[in-house]
Design a protein around this ligand. Structure first.
Ligand code: PHE
Length: 563
């Protein structure tokens, strides 16, 4: 408003000054009647001119006043949205079910139907064969591609604001003894950073460690890499792997940002380029803790463990180095297609050799792991990862349902070239250790891996794959929380607060109701939190206290209106 009014006053003065001057000059010189008439005429013109100017000025002022009003209102609204403290009229943010994990960064969701992911997993006709049995699976295409532009501009800003609005906003984050200044994109919390020192894969006879060693024993001549720092650059985690700038995997709702250019690795592939560059080994197994923002339930935890396998071959000696016999395996019938293409940098024969070697090696490893399952059925599902082509996901039929075990593919030659490996071709795979360990050890809840309870850890002292004997389950306690939420609200932001406030006491969090107010269009969500300790029975008062704290933190951090 101020800007507009000042302009108006200046315009007014521009017109008034010549008139005042005119009166001054006519008063000072003794003029005749004719002259007065002339002057009067010219005065009339000037007065008409001034009236017009006034009219324009007034309308400009009005526009200015209203314009300024809307402008100020817009500023306030934008500010409120940024601080996430305003109510919004629409719910345009996709739920975590569609965006929470990008396919290329799939996380191990045990026995859950594959959620639509960025990796468009195309289920197609794949010949499956095992033990002489041949079956033909034909399922329809399940294209889980999330449009890159799905999040509107404002929602992105809000998400950033929400994600970074935590109590540590002004202090540095400390990760493995090193301090990292926070910035506008930071969304790691202490609850998460405190997990970086646990390194369950290195804890002797922890189920994750037992499984890791099993796979390492199978690929006995692969170099073992298992102690790399989880703090990596966005260049390592995304750019070096050819992720586009708008890839949903980069979203603050899915990834823990240490600062704008630094993340907690979301997958072990983040180290591909750096390890390839060293040319220290033609084959390696890299195990590490990886971090993803996600929902809360018995098979999701913000930290889990992945193992990445990678193997390269001399392009000139490929026929000899990569030769495998695939007759009688599930690989035989799988065909490459236009949607899962051979790279233009590879000859069809090169791609075929590397692809067959990859799947043959993985099939051998999985049959070895599940050696008790004599008739284990395996199938290959066409997949998409930005850093491999062709790409696959392997599934095994386990206790009646298909379980996705790993993602893999032929490494994009551009990555090989940029890592000084232009003379070589290779493959890579990545598997989630928790997901496999949960079925192999019969572990029903992913939180148990983090338990320090002797009754859990002592069960695996032999270092063998044994079935977990559950100790009694303590009673559950359900509490609901509902609130009006703003645009840009993401379920993962709420999950993060539950993790912060309740820690591992939260067994799962479910969205049980979502309601759009018919008039105001405000959106209300109701979440049900299932509190249950794995170690003891909790008192009602204890849970009430946590719930109260959750209510106030949710209100202050997310700027929602509690109901
Ligand atoms: N990094 C991928 C993921 O986390 C898995 C993968 C690894 C896929 C290597 C292909 C090759 O989902």
């Amino acid at each position: 408003m101020t800007t507009a009014s000042l302009t108006d006053i200046m315009i007014l003065f521009t017109f008034l000054i010549p008139i005042v001057r005119h009166f001054q000059t006519t008063a000072n010189s003794g003029v005749s009647n004719d002259k007065i008439r002339l002057v009067a005429l010219s005065m009339g013109g000037k007065i008409a001119f001034v009236i017009c100017a006034f009219a324009i000025t007034i309308s400009l002022s009005l526009t200015g006043i209203f314009g300024s009003y809307f402008y100020i209102e817009f500023l306030i609204e934008d500010f409120c949205c940024l601080t996430a403290s305003t109510w919004c009229t629409a719910d345009s943010q996709p739920s975590s079910a569609t965006t929470s994990q990008t396919g290329s960064l799939k996380r191990p969701a045990l026995n859950q139907p594959a959620r639509p992911q960025l990796a468009a997993v195309r289920r197609m006709s794949v010949q499956v064969s095992h033990g002489g049995q041949q079956s033909h699976h034909s399922e329809e295409t399940e294209d889980g591609l999330v449009p890159a532009c799905v999040t509107p501009r404002l929602s992105c800003k809000i998400a950033t604001a929400i994600a970074s609005s935590n109590p540590l906003a002004n202090s540095d984050s400390e990760i493995l003894g090193k301090r990292y200044p926070r910035d506008s994109k930071t969304n790691v919390t202490e609850n998460i950073t405190s997990k970086t020192s646990r390194r369950l894969h290195l804890q002797l006879n922890h189920p994750i460690n037992i499984l890791k060693r099993r796979i390492e024993a199978h690929f006995s001549n692969y170099k073992v890499v298992d102690s790399l720092n989880p703090v990596v650059s966005t260049q390592q985690n995304f750019d070096s792997l050819l992720f586009t700038d708008d890839h949903p995997g980069r979203a603050v709702t899915d990834t823990y940002y240490v600062d704008s250019n630094t993340v907690l690795r979301t997958h072990t592939s983040a180290h591909q380029s750096e390890v390839l560059k060293t040319r220290a080994a033609d084959a390696y197994l890299l195990t590490a803790d990886v971090y993803r923002r996600d929902e809360i339930d018995v098979s999701h935890y913000p930290v889990f463990h992945q193992m990445e396998g990678l193997r390269t071959f001399d392009r000139k000696n490929l026929e000899a180095e990569a030769a495998v016999h695939v007759t009688g395996t599930s690989i035989e019938g799988a065909v490459l297609s236009a949607t899962n293409p051979v790279q233009s940098a590879h000859t069809p024969r090169e791609a075929e050799l590397v692809d067959l070697h990859l799947r043959h090696s993985l099939e051998g490893m999985v049959r070895d792991l599940f050696r008790e399952e004599k008739e284990l059925q395996i199938r290959w599902i066409e997949a998409y990862f930005p850093f491999t082509s062709p790409s696959w996901e392997m599934e095994v039929l386990y206790r009646g349902s298909w379980l996705e075990l790993l993602g893999c593919g032929v490494i994009q030659q551009k990555i090989m070239d940029e890592a000084n490996n232009a003379d070589r071709v290779g493959w890579a795979f990545g598997l989630g250790l928790e997901r496999i360990a949960m079925v192999m050890f019969d572990i029903p809840d992913i939180r148990l891996f983090w338990s320090t309870d002797k009754r859990f850890i002592s069960q695996f002292a032999s270092g063998e794959i044994v079935k977990f004997q559950p100790f009694s389950k303590y009673p559950a306690c359900y509490k609901d929380i509902s609130f009006w939420c703003g645009e840009g609200f993401h379920d993962n932001d709420f999950a993060e607060i539950v993790r912060d406030v309740a820690g591992d006491m939260a067994e799962d969090v479910k969205l049980i109701d979502k309601f759009v107010h018919p008039k105001t269009k405000r959106v209300s969500r109701c979440f049900r939190i299932n509190y249950r300790s794995m170690e003891r029975t909790c008192t009602n008062e204890e849970i009430d206290k946590i719930q109260d704290e959750l209510r106030s933190v949710t209100e202050s951090r997310l700027g929602v209106e509690l109901r």
